[in-house]
Design a protein around this ligand. Sequence first.
Ligand code: GLP
Length: 240
Amino acid sequence: MEIIVCKSYEEMSERGAAIIAAAMKEKPDFVLGLATGSTPVGMYHALADKNRAGEIDFSRVTTYNLDEYYPIDPKNDQSYRYFMNKNLFDLVNIDKANTHVPDGSAADPEAACRAYDEAYAKTGYADIQVLGIGRNGHIGFNEPDAALTVGTHVTGLTEDTIDANSRFFASADEVPTHALTMGMGTILKAKKILMLINGKQKHEVLTALLDDKITTAVPATFIKLHSDVVVICDEEAYRG
Ligand code: GLP
């Protein structure tokens, strides 16, 4: 696991965008795994700037997102589909038909999860999977638990996550209690993992990520089993 410590959120975002841009230039039909949350927004905007400047091209890029609330209408401004359109897809020359987010409005969510995994497998999996991290150590919506799930699945959200994510909703009562998320196995299929971590509130979880243990109590620690991981963090997260 390679750790890059940056002075600021802006530097972290630029470093992440530079890694993705360099890889995209090598492979026009790039498969990009994406995450939501406030952490990667700066990096997505930096990628959009590079696209606008003609440095990178999204026309043949395919994306797969980690997760989506359930149930939620994709048009709802709190849905992860809406978030991705606003923060990346509407800002670059990507074909929306090539962008994939689990379907929060599926009548049969279990079937939607299976179909998502099957379609994702056909791409050969992400060349780079972007990850943020929940302050309780979740990735995607793989919450701390006695056991973790391998494939894409329906999951309940913990009180801590509902509380953390309530800042985007009118109140905690409006945060959906469930989600569709890639499983740990799906996430680890990516060829490379790029995790971004910023802010003091992530210091404790970053510390757990940097020790020599893996535990389902901190799902993100499973990325230590992957052979190509870059963690880019800011000094606040690193030093606390
Ligand atoms: C959400 C998402 C995660 C994300 C996490 C951290 O719950 N499901 O993919 O990494 O929250 O969000 P933030 O970057 O806003 O701290």
